[in-house]
Design a binder for this molecule. Sequence first.
Ligand code: PFF
Ligand code: NA
Length: 438
Amino acid sequence: MAQRETWTSRVGFIFAAVGSAVGLGNIWSFPFQTASNGGAAFLVVYLFAVFLIGFPTMLIEFVIGRRSKQNAVSAFSELGYGNWTFAGAIGVFASFITLSFYSVVGGWVISYIVGSVTGGYLGQASTFFGSVSSGTVAIGAHALFMAITIAIVAGGVANGIERATKVMIPAILVLLVGLAAWGSTLTGSAAGYAYYLSPDFGVLAANVGSIVPSAMGQAFFTLSLGFGVMIAYASYLGRDDSLPADSAIIVVLNTIVALLAGFAVFPILAATDALTGSTGAGTAFVALAGAFGQLPAGQIIGLVFFVVLLFAALSSSISLLEAPSSYVVDRYGIDRPKVAVGVGLVSFVIGIVPAYGYVGLFNDFVFNILLPIAVLFIALFAGWIVDADAIKELGQGSVVGSIPGTAPLTTLWLWWVRIVVPIAVIITLYLGVTNFYT
Ligand code: PFF
Ligand code: NA
C-alpha cells in the first residue's frame, strides 16, 4: 500500500478541521435552532455544551486518531482493542448518513445561489422553496453538490482538502463580518440582538427538556464530533503538535463563526418580523429568502449569503466523505479517487430519500440518537478502557502535561471524560430519544 498521507503543516490540519467544523451547522442550523428554542436561553446552554462537553470530546478523538494513525474504525484495533471497533463504526455510519442529507441541503444552497442571480425567490419565498427542496430539482442539485465534494476528496488530503479549506475559511469569515455589519444598519435590528443575546431564564426553565438535547446535539454536530471525522483527520498528523491548543483553536473559531452568523441572521429576521416561530429544516431558507426579497439590496446580499453557505457546506461535506473513504483506503488499499467516487455515489443514492422531503427526519435521527451514542462510547473507551499510555499522548509536544505543573490538567481532563461527559450524554440521549418519539 502507498505511504499514508500527512498534512503539509500544522496550519493545514487546523484549516481542514475548522473547515469540517464550520458548516451548515453554524450558518444555517445554529441561528435557527437558537431562534426556535427561545433565543439567548438556548445560546447559554449551547455555549456550555460546546466548551464543557465538546472541547474535551474533541481532544479524545484527536488523541485516538494521532496515536493510532488509522481511520476511525481501525483505530480501535490498532490501539489493541479490536472489540471496540463498533464505536468507530457507529461514527463512520453517522458520517455516511449525514453526508446523504447534508448534500441535499447543499443542493438547496446551490439552487438559492441560482435564485439570487435570477431573482427567482423574490416575492415568492415559499413557492420557491417548494420547487427546489424536493423532487427532481433537488436531486439534480444534490448530484452536483456531491460531485464537487467527490472531486475535492479524490484530490487527497494535502492537495484537495487542505488547499480547498485554506481558501474557503477566510472567505467565510470576511463575508460573514460584512453581512453582520450590513445587518446592523437595518431598522428593527435592536429587537433581533435582544432576542439573541439577553437570556430569559423563565424560558429556559420551562423548556429545559427540549433545550438541553437540542443544544448538545447541535454542539456535537457543529464540532463534527461523534463521526470519526476528527479521528481520521488527526491520523494524518505528525507527532509534535499540541492537541489541546489545536482543539482550543478549532472550538473557538467554530464558535466565532456561529456567533457571527447569528449577528447576520437575527437583525434580518427582526427587520422582517420573522424572529420567532422558525422551526423545520426549510423555515430557515423561506425566512431568509423572504427577508432578502423585502430588504434594500436584498438580492446581492442574498447572493453573498448563499455563496458563504456553499463554501461552508463544502468544507464540511468533504470531511464527511473523508471519514468513510479513509476507512476503505486503509482497509482495502484501494486508490483514493476510486474510493471517493464509490462512497460518494452510494451516499448520493441514499440521499434520494431525504431529497423527497425527509431532511428533517434524517437530521433529527443523527442529532438525537446516533451522535450521542457515538460520543458516549468514545468517552467510555477513552476514560475507562484504553491504557494510560495512550492518554499521555496528550502531552506530546504540548504545553499541557509536558511542562512541570500542568499534569493536573491532564488528570482533570481524564476524570472529566470518565464521569461528567458520559453522564451529560446519557441525560441528553434520554431526553433526545423521548423527543424523537413524540
Ligand atoms: N460540523 C459541520 C457543521 O457544523 O455543519 C457538520 C459536520 C461536518 C458534521 C462533518 C460532522 C462532520 F463529520
Ligand atoms: Na460547525
